[in-house]
Design a protein around this ligand. Structure first.
Ligand SMILES: *Cc1c(COP(=O)(O)O)cnc(C)c1O
Length: 461
């Protein structure tokens, strides 16, 4: 290891990088952990230290790092061409991938529009839904409905349908207004009831809004089964299906934002499959390339597609397209990732891992400050509270989530919190032994922090 080089890298990072979602004043005070290499489910820093990648490099990695088949597919594609545009031309990998995506997606989704990140995949769905109704001469259908706690990305359209205050509040004057319905956050029930005796009563508010305003609502957007950025909030069985049915009944298009939940995270290829739902739009990004390259896709139906057909001068086409749309390297990586799903039976092999995670999460419940644990597939959220009885949250300034995650690094685990929620989202390739070690570390760090917090809060940083 080259100490001098490492120090220089740390210095240059602080000097020139502006990190996402980061208070840089705080960052400048710390010592950045700089990743140099990856190996399977591990990240390796510039000092050669190895860490289990407990959040899949921000929810993207699927089969591990340096996966031979994906590495080779990208290299082979480089030897042909790295990029060519889809504006006015086709290219080989994007065509093949479109066919594969249609094959694995819920039936009825037959058209693929590419972009390069989750936010744009959502923007495209919103714009298509909006334009669809215009071209159907339903000029009044211009609004959207989404859910409390929703996160759909950081661009203006996706922020407008998002609802996490601290992310979007500052931009409010620039956002369009969208209807917001309560989401079944069962630990802190929005209607003060308890599942299952509530019979998902919180959906009544959604029903009320769509009944009253369906003439002006173009589409509903939802994160199926798991609201990610809100803190891995898992909706009870049946909620998604009922939202879908209400949309169909009231002629509201249904957008499934599976940017986080897609590609096996929930135990099935797509979260919608758990409830037999076919959306009008399916937004995909994060895991699509196995976590290798920025690529996204918005899938839709023949019905939507046909509304954009016409003579050129009618100007019905979809006026949208990103420069790197359908990038051949990204598509080659995605094709390789899908081949691995098949060859390694990735989804079937998840079952014992999911079960093990369930068991280990149950152990966590015994800890003094673990208020709630939530899980769907290999996604889990652990909500830490100051007082279990009253569910009183930790104050934001205590940075409890961050402290626990920083502590975990000492034991070779990279995880990242969402406020007071510890997020667990490992690559699907994680082994049961690694799940055990990961959850042991999480247990000890939460337990250790609770003990420490009693004495002094300034330590764990
Ligand atoms: C991450 C995420 C997005 C945004 O994706 P980016 O690639 O960061 O733009 C949108 N929706 C959901 C559900 C996400 O988790």
């Amino acid at each position: 290891m080259d100490l001098k080089r490492n120090k220089l890298l740390e210095k240059l990072d602080k000097k020139h990088l502006w990190h996402p979602f980061t208070q840089m004043k705080e960052w400048e005070r710390g010592t950045p952990l700089i990743i140099e290499r990856g190996e399977g489910n591990y990240l390796i820093d510039t000092s050669g230290r190895k860490y289990l990648d407990g959040v899949s490099s921000l929810w993207v990695n699927v089969h591990g790092h340096r996966k031979k088949e994906i590495d080779n597919a990208i290299k082979a594609q480089i030897d042909k061409i790295s990029h060519s545009t889809l504006l006015g031309l086709g290219n080989v990998p994007s065509t093949t991938l479109a066919k594969e995506l249609v094959r694995i997606a819920p039936a009825g989704l037959t058209k693929v529009f590419y972009s390069d990140n989750g936010s744009t995949a959502v923007e495209i769905a919103l714009k298509m839904a909006f334009q669809y109704w215009k071209q159907k001469s339903e000029a009044k259908k211009t609004k959207f409905i989404s859910f409390v706690g929703a996160y759909h990305g950081d661009t203006f359209g996706s922020m407008s349908v998002g609802e996490i205050d601290i992310f979007v509040e500052k931009y409010t004057p620039l956002l369009f207004k969208a209807y917001k319905a309560p989401y079944p956050y069962c630990y802190r029930c929005p209607v003060g009831m308890a599942y299952p005796s509530c019979k998902i009563a919180c959906i009544e508010k959604f029903e009320e809004i769509v009944q009253r305003h369906c003439h002006e609502i173009a589409a509903c957007i939802i994160e199926p089964l798991v609201q990610g950025a809100a803190g891995m909030i898992v909706s009870p069985p049946g909620f998604l299906k009922r939202v879908r049915q209400l949309c169909a009944r009231h002629d509201i298009l249904f957008i499934a934002d599976e940017v986080a939940t897609g590609f096996g995270r929930t135990g099935k290829m797509f979260a919608c499959e758990h409830e037999g739902v076919t959306p009008d739009f399916l937004c995909l990004a994060k895991g699509i390339t196995g976590g290798y390259l920025p690529l996204a896709a918005t899938l839709t139906t023949e019905k939507i597609y046909r509304a954009f057909l016409g003579e050129y001068e009618e100007l019905k086409q979809f006026f949208h397209g990103h420069t790197y749309t359908g990038n051949p390297l990204g598509c080659a990586a995605a094709l390789a990732s899908l081949r691995i799903f098949k060859k390694e039976k990735t989804l079937q092999r998840l079952k014992p891992k999911i079960k093990l995670l369930t068991d280990l999460l149950a152990d966590l419940k015994a800890l003094a400050h673990v208020g709630d644990t939530r899980q769907k597939g290999l996604i889990a959220g652990i909500e830490l509270v100051m007082d279990k009885k009253t569910k009183k949250p930790y104050p934001m300034e205590q940075r409890i989530g961050r402290k626990v995650c920083t502590e975990a690094r000492k034991y070779g685990l990279i995880i990242r919190p969402l406020g007071n929620v510890i997020v667990i989202m490992p690559p699907l390739s994680i082994t049961t032994a690694e799940i055990k070690r990961m959850m042991d570390t999480v247990y000890n760090c939460i337990d250790g922090y609770s003990a420490m917090a009693k004495e002094d809060t300034k330590t764990a940083e």
